[in-house]
Design a protein around this ligand. Structure first.
Ligand SMILES: Cc1cc2nc3c(=O)[nH]c(=O)nc-3n(C[C@H](O)[C@H](O)[C@H](O)COP(=O)(O)OP(=O)(O)OC[C@H]3O[C@@H](n4cnc5c(N)ncnc54)[C@H](O)[C@@H]3O)c2cc1C
Length: 500
């Protein structure tokens, strides 16, 4: 075996790079192993919009991470606030209170400080005006808890993190696939990997697993998420095959969280099998709260306005997958066309348009036309037109008396031209993984830490069940990545890490 590294980090996305920077800050010699080429680096993190869900108490906290915010921008923006209690409530509510309370507390209480730490490492942030705030009479008002994103989105985030890694002396090897953890009587001793067709072994005093979930692995998807999931499109990287989870389980780690659950969204029906980083965003279809969604039978099947998109989008992909033929159509009229996200206008959208509902129905491939027209008529008749429409709040403009009512933002679909967009299911990441404690140690089946083994990011189980609040993924990866790196460095050097 080669000379041992202090810390080997497996996976070079957001969680892995935060772990690497933190381990290096604590004085460790750090190597990151990344399966992709340098050009495709960054994993799913590179595919994101770069949004971070952090606690904040308004303008001063935002200014602390966006120091170049101008007075004019401040005057034009109402950031509101997002307290620790709000965050914990959201995490509890969307996960039906299954979330591990200790991990939730750590994520929430460390969120703001971790974003500041990242900013100190060179990551630049900006207010997330584009998708998390509506412009009301010239002033942007934020909703939904996500006030900032990395400049340049996910790609920007990844470039800032790799630049910081380089500046701080973190070594990175691309094009290598870690395959096994080597373990001795005192814990982690190294990592076995493949480079091309060749096997190699590297010594390490500690390891951080940060190589994502199993969303890109058809076989594991079908086995754990259930029949039909082999057909889902992967929104991000093709490299997250569950390797890290398997490596940990092989040496006795405890499986944890909702293995049958995942984050999956409504996604362009004819999107490619895997994400295309150069076409970022073009397959997203997140404006459904302003319209209706119908299946092949021409019927609605979800409450499109149950909540802000941030709190429903991650669970609606699964519901689309369960529809006949695993597809649906989102339908809008001219009154809300200006509210549709930019993705709807990009190349690659399966869109039909018409001046009458009957014509639209004929163009919506594989949909029962008469039932569709009847669904729209019944829906229109049920809209509470006396309640004003307001996209910034849960406006209570609902339908009444339908078998499946719409709770908010119910506008009748009656002003031509009408537009419909065909969607399928796009999987983002999986919820099941390994168990960690609040110090990011990987635990065995008796809840004892496996010496020298840490984990962070999407391969950690216990954070999300059934659903997920938008932009908690990057935040959680950064919080636990930072903790994992610090812990791994301390372990490697025979010291105890200081508290987060
Ligand atoms: C389209 C899209 C948009 C999203 N938008 C947001 C958002 O705005 N905000 C948010 O918080 N979350 C968002 N998410 C979720 C977010 O991407 C994840 O929660 C987060 O990026 C996970 O980070 P990670 O470091 O755990 O994994 P990744 O970033 O996926 O990194 C894992 C890395 O491990 C590497 N790897 C895998 N196996 C091996 C192996 N055997 N050996 C070596 N390397 C390996 C992979 O190549 C990859 O680079 C989005 C996801 C997608 C797909």
């Amino acid at each position: 075996m080669n000379d041992a590294w202090d810390v080997i980090v497996i996976g070079g996305g957001n969680a892995g790079l935060c772990a690497a920077l933190s381990a290096r800050e604590a004085g460790a010699e750090v190597l990151v192993l990344e399966r992709s080429s340098m050009e495709k680096r960054g994993g799913n993190s590179a595919f994101t919009g770069g949004g971070f869900r952090m606690v904040h108490h308004g303008t001063e906290d935002i200014r602390a991470v966006v120091p170049d915010l101008t007075e004019d921008e401040i005057a034009r923006t109402d950031f509101g606030q997002y307290t620790a209690e709000d965050y914990l409530d959201d995490l509890g509510r969307v996960t039906q209170y299954y979330i591990d309370p200790d991990l939730a507390e750590t994520l929430v209480r460390s969120s703001r400080e971790t974003v500041r730490w990242m900013q100190g490492k060179g990551v630049r942030f900006e207010p997330r005006w584009g998708s998390q705030a509506f412009n009301v009479e010239g002033r942007f008002k934020f909703f939904g808890g996500v006030a900032v994103n990395a400049k340049g989105g996910g790609r920007g985030l990844v470039e800032y993190l790799y630049k910081a890694a380089e500046q701080h002396g973190v070594a990175v090897r691309y094009g290598v696939r870690a395959g096994a953890l080597l373990c001795g009587p005192d814990g982690i001793e190294g990592v076995r990997l493949r480079v091309g067709g060749r096997e190699e072994t590297l010594g390490a005093r500690a390891a951080v697993l940060a190589c994502g979930g199993f969303e890109a692995n058809r076989e594991m998807r079908t086995r754990y998420l259930g029949p039909g999931w082999d057909m889902a499109k992967v929104r991000g990287t093709r490299f997250n095959l569950g390797d890290g989870i398997r490596m940990a389980l092989d040496i006795g780690a405890q499986s944890y969280g909702q293995w049958s659950g995942c984050h999956a969204v409504q996604w362009e029906r004819h999107a490619p099998d895997f994400g295309d980083i150069d076409a970022h965003g073009s397959s997203q279809r997140h404006s459904y709260p302003f319209g209706i969604v119908v299946n092949a039978e021409g019927r609605r099947f979800v409450d499109e306005g149950a909540d802000f998109r941030n709190y429903t989008y991650a669970k609606y992909g699964r519901i689309v997958l369960a529809q006949p033929g695993s597809f649906a159509w989102q339908v809008f009229d001219r009154q809300v066309a200006h509210l549709l996200r930019e993705d709807y206008r990009l190349r690659g959208a399966t869109r039909v348009r018409a001046d009458t509902l009957e014509e639209l129905a004929d163009r919506m491939q594989d949909v029962h036309p008469r039932q569709f027209v009847q669904t729209v008529r019944e829906y229109n008749a049920a809209v509470r037109r006396d309640v004003p429409f307001n996209p910034n709040v849960r406006d209570g403009r609902c339908t009444t008396g339908l078998a499946l009512d719409k709770s908010n933002w119910a506008n009748p679909i009656e002003v031509p031209p009408f537009e419909a967009y065909s969607v399928g299911c796009g999987i983002t990441f999986t919820f099941g993984g390994v168990k960690i404690d609040t110090a990011a140690h990987v635990l065995d089946v008796e809840d004892r830490a496996i010496p020298g083994l840490y984990a962070a990011g999407d391969l950690v189980g216990g954070l999300y069940y059934f659903n997920y609040p938008g932009s908690a993924g990057l935040m959680g990866g950064a919080v636990f990545g930072r903790i994992a790196g610090r812990g791994a460095a301390a372990h490697a050097r025979g010291a105890h890490p200081s508290a987060p």
